[in-house]
Design a protein around this ligand. Structure first.
Ligand code: GH3
Ligand code: MG
Length: 534
């Protein structure tokens, strides 16, 4: 019996794929015939639920006949059947159809361990809790992920081969402590000395191997809860001491009230350090942190007490200048630009200097914060385009050239391709960015495409199992390309193929998800990964 069930499901998939691949309207009679045959066969061979669903659909379309269905309409109509046939690949398909029902952003964890089997196992366990888990198996990947993904919790295995686990631990503990990120150590060495050393170095918890998953989950959950509570009350950015984004919203409300009452013009400036990534890459992230801290200190000592500085993102800041015209703001910022440019930074007998670019927007009418930040941002963008190290005042005709990202979806199944295109095309990265989605039905088509020659960052969602050239081979070839670091690769693998996951990580996949995966989770992970290159 099972043989017939599998055959029927395969046939349904084949028919759906054909319809969706063609992307042409489908006739009423064809849909009716299809549902009729599915309803009949499935009940005969013991697929009661599928039978019930298709019978109901058949009744539904008889009551609401329409001459043809477009691909999207057909997907909506047949969603319950798609769900049944695709339950091994995707769960929660229906969310895609209920537009914009965003899942709440859940906590993200960075898991650092050089033992790939443990890494894979823990990731799976923790993801069942609804947490986003990113893994790193060596120091470089771990440091980059820490700064770019800004996780809410750090889990480290102490005795990593190749590097001294404690050295790595002390680096992260310091950085994590500064940012109030809980650090949890895992170790097979459960001696009292090891535990004491871990706590002395700043670990917030210690979990001994073999791990009791239930206990781990509860402990991690508690740490995450405490962090959330704590950061909800924080108004200051942990690293630099500037105010944070949340407080900006408060201050803006206050400013608007003042504006409405007194009609006092004020300015908002968006400031972004120039070539900051290069500073991190050349002198290390610790030096990068120092630059941020000294920048804030410098600005604070060169503004009036009523002016306020906020950290908006990684190396982006917002300066709020009450009772100030655009002209005055320009003078102030130019003065800061010139004095900060003279501050020297020293490391290993080298000296370097840092500049920034800024965009100023004057508020002289009622406006939303989003609006005003967009204006300042456009002016900032102009300053960058004009060569950086300068301040530009916003004017209405400033055009913004959008920064483009490519998103390549490589999967042999057209249904998965359509669903992912629709879902990921909607990712909103703010006004400065634009995502272009491309789909490929196999690895070969992708490798032969012109996307490989474009000088644009590309996110790749790569199915592991494909005809012609499978995912691992695509990954291997991609990493040999000259521009290999411009590709962020997320592999889709099957849960029980630990070897493939290990292989993917060794070959340089940035992330992986096991099937069946949740669409919303993929969307959220992509959003987090995209933050890395923004
Ligand atoms: P541009 O002149 O166009 O602004 O280029 P850029 O290199 O300054 O900008 P980009 O956005 O490419 O790089 C920003 C980098 O800032 C990427 C990220 O790793 C880093 N970053 C974000 N937060 C922190 C942090 O807290 N500390 C350190 N050291 N680096 C950070
Ligand atoms: Mg910058």
């Amino acid at each position: 019996m099972e043989k017939y069930q599998v055959a029927l499901l395969m046939n349904i998939r084949k028919q759906l794929q054909e319809w969706f691949e063609k992307s042409q309207p489908v006739q009423y009679q064809d849909v009716k015939r299809f549902l009729h045959s599915v309803a009949g066969t499935s009940q005969t061979i013991g697929l009661e639920y599928l039978g019930k669903v298709s019978t109901e659909l058949l009744d539904h379309i008889s009551e609401h006949p329409q001459s043809t269905w477009h691909t999207k309409e057909l997907q909506s109509l047949l969603i319950d059947i798609i769900k049944i046939c695709y339950k091994d690949e995707i769960v929660e398909v229906e969310q895609l159809m209920v537009n914009d029902k965003r899942s709440q952003t859940s906590a993200s964890i960075l898991l650092i361990d050089d033992d790939l089997s443990i890494l894979i196992y823990l990731k799976e366990q923790f993801e069942q809790q609804g947490w986003h888990v990113f893994v790193a198996s060596n120091k470089e990947k771990a440091v980059a992920a820490f700064y770019e993904l800004k996780p809410d919790c750090l889990i480290l295995d102490v005795y990593m081969q190749e590097e001294d686990g404690f050295e790595l631990l002390s680096f992260f503990n310091e950085q994590a402590r500064q940012r109030f990120i809980p650090t949890i150590m895992i170790s097979a060495d459960n001696r009292k000395e090891t535990r004491i050393k871990a706590f002395q170095m700043g670990a917030d918890d210690f979990l001994a191997k073999p791990l009791d998953i239930e206990e781990c989950v509860v402990k991690i959950g508690r740490h995450l809860e405490r962090r959330k509570l704590f950061t909800e009350y924080l108004l200051v950015d942990e690293l630099t001491g500037a105010y944070n984004r949340k407080y900006l919203t408060e201050v803006y409300k206050q400013q608007q009230t003042n504006y409405v009452r007194n009609k006092e013009t004020y300015c908002i400036a968006m400031i972004d350090l120039d070539y900051f990534k290069k500073i991190n890459d050349t002198y290390g992230h610790l030096m990068g942190d120092e630059v941020l801290q000294r920048f804030v200190k410098h600005v604070k000592s060169h503004i009036r007490t009523t002016d306020q500085l906020f950290r908006y993102g990684g190396e982006e800041f917002v300066l709020c200048l009450p009772r100030t015209s655009a002209e005055e703001a320009l003078t102030t910022l130019n003065r800061i630009l010139s004095s900060f440019g003279k501050e020297s930074f020293h490391i290993n007998n080298q000296t370097f200097f840092v500049t920034f670019s800024a965009g100023v927007a004057e508020v002289s009418s009622e406006s939303t914060l989003e609006n005003i930040l967009n204006q300042a941002d456009r002016a900032l963008y102009t300053a960058k385009e004009k060569g950086r190290n300068q301040v530009v005042v916003s004017c209405h005709h400033q055009q913004m050239k959008l920064k483009k990202f490519n998103l390549a979806i490589i999967d042999d199944d057209p249904i998965i391709r359509t669903m992912l295109t629709e879902l990921l095309g909607r990712i909103d990265l703010g006004t400065r960015y634009e995502v272009q989605v491309h789909t490929y039905k196999d690895g070969l088509e992708f490798m032969n495409s012109t996307i490989l020659d474009e000088n644009t960052h590309c996110f790749v969602i790569l199915d592991g199992m494909m005809p012609k050239m499978d995912g691992l081979e695509v990954l291997q070839r991609l990493r040999k390309e000259k521009r290999h670091d411009q590709f962020t690769v997320v592999m889709l693998t099957s849960r029980n193929s630990e070897n493939d996951i290990q292989r993917a990580l060794q070959l340089g996949a940035d992330d992986y998800m096991t099937k069946p995966f949740k669409l919303m989770e993929l969307e959220e992970r992509m959003r987090l990964l995209m933050k890395r290159v923004k």
